[in-house]
Design a protein around this ligand. Structure first.
Ligand code: KG4
Ligand code: ZN
Length: 358
């Protein structure tokens, strides 16, 4: 099955063509095109939803066009008319279904993807598969033959993105149970908000990751919230307050001190993510751990999670997506859809900004 997948939940416009043979689990990415309005949001220190939606409108057709052309080994040419004719032919003859993120996300951004996907499905008479963006982050792990790892059920899924932090137990592709999540800020949100306190540009997660690597030794530590609580919940707003108080007390913040704060912040966030994931794995006797979402790109999380799982559980495999599939992209949406091919009538598919997992 070959799917055109569209992602527009936030500030990235993604379109991909992905493929899987029936009864096989390997997902192949034929193309994965992405445009981002990040530069605009850096100027405002965060995302203004109206701006993000306007950029989505600008990018959506060029990104879909590029993804369709690349899927057959062509690049956009000097002749838009010819490109469009080829895209129509690809849509008619080689795309079996269209998948789209319908939530959660920013309403204006989601609407652009959802209504575009509905229109294409309507005109080309293709099945339309609505995809939950959060679940797709986990399926980013199955992409690309060289990185491919079979998912063994039951697995614990840790979703760590800019807006969400959740632990799930999957017993099959179609059955999962929500085990816990954040009570306030998400992990990515904590990175971004604390970065802002330190004067780092949005989104601060990658910069905090980079700066933390420069620290060889520090005594600075922040409290890892809910580290020893009995549940599988998280809470990161207290950490933000703790860092803010600490920053306010500093007479001068030099580069080294900022790097140390980045290190301590990252450690406080990552330690609790790892502890709760291991707790869930042991409690539910899971066979694999699958991590997804933008924060899964964090190098310290990757390194320490593997080490700690080995120490506390043994040989349970831990899977992270390739870094390019960790953050928002169309291929992850397509990967999820290839395992959940049930389509809906186009008029039943609507953008759902508050879509959740429970
Ligand atoms: O999944 P994603 O691309 O978008 C949402 O669905 O929210 O996640 C974006 C989040 C941002 O908060 C960003 O700071 C964080 O992922 N992020 C990172 C890293 N790369 C991206 N956080 C920590 N370390 C990273 N290397
Ligand atoms: Zn995301």
């Amino acid at each position: 099955m070959r799917i055109l997948a569209i992602e527009t939940s936030c500030d990235e416009t993604g379109a991909a063509v992905v493929e899987k043979e029936e009864n096989k689990s390997e997902v192949f990415v034929l193309s994965n095109s992405l445009a981002t309005s990040l530069a605009l949001h850096k100027k405002t220190g965060g995302i203004i939803p109206e701006n993000a939606a306007r950029e989505q409108i600008k990018y959506i057709l060029p990104v879909i066009t590029e993804a369709l052309l690349l899927s057959v080994g062509q690049k956009p040419s000097d002749s838009p008319k010819e490109d469009q004719e080829l895209c129509r032919e690809i849509l008619r003859n080689s795309i079996n279904a269209i998948a789209v993120t319908y939530g959660p996300g920013l309403i204006g951004s989601l609407l652009v993807g959802v209504e575009t996907a509905k229109t294409l499905a309507y005109v080309f008479n293709k099945p339309l598969i609505p995809v939950n963006h959060l679940l797709a982050h986990l399926y980013a792990n199955i992409i690309d033959s060289d990185a491919y790892q079979p998912i063994i059920f039951p697995f614990i899924g840790l979703i760590v993105s800019g807006g969400h932090t959740d632990l799930l137990l999957f017993t099959s592709h179609d059955t999962f149970q929500w085990l816990g999540g954040t009570r306030d800020d998400a992990a990515g949100e904590a990175f971004d908000k604390i970065g802002r306190l330190l004067g780092l540009s949005y989104p601060a997660g990658p910069e905090i990751d980079k700066r933390a690597k420069k620290v060889v030794k520090t005594d600075l530590m922040f409290k890892s919230p809910l580290l020893h609580s009995d549940d599988l919940d998280f809470s990161f707003s207290g950490l933000k307050t703790e860092v803010m108080r600490f920053v306010q007390k500093q007479e001068k913040l030099n580069e080294e001190r900022i790097n140390e704060i980045c290190f301590a912040t990252q450690k406080a966030i990552v330690d609790v993510l790892i502890t709760k994931t291991i707790k869930a794995t042991l409690e539910y006797n899971a066979k694999t751990i699958v991590v997804g979402g933008g924060v899964s790109a964090n190098s310290y999380l990757r390194e320490v999670m593997v080490k700690k799982v080995k120490e506390k559980i043994g040989d349970t495999p831990v899977s992270f997506p390739l870094p390019k599939y960790s953050t928002d992209n169309g291929a992850a949406i397509g990967a999820y859809a290839l395992f959940h091919t049930e389509s809906l009538d186009i008029f039943q598919v609507t953008a759902q900004p508050e879509l959740y997992l429970t």
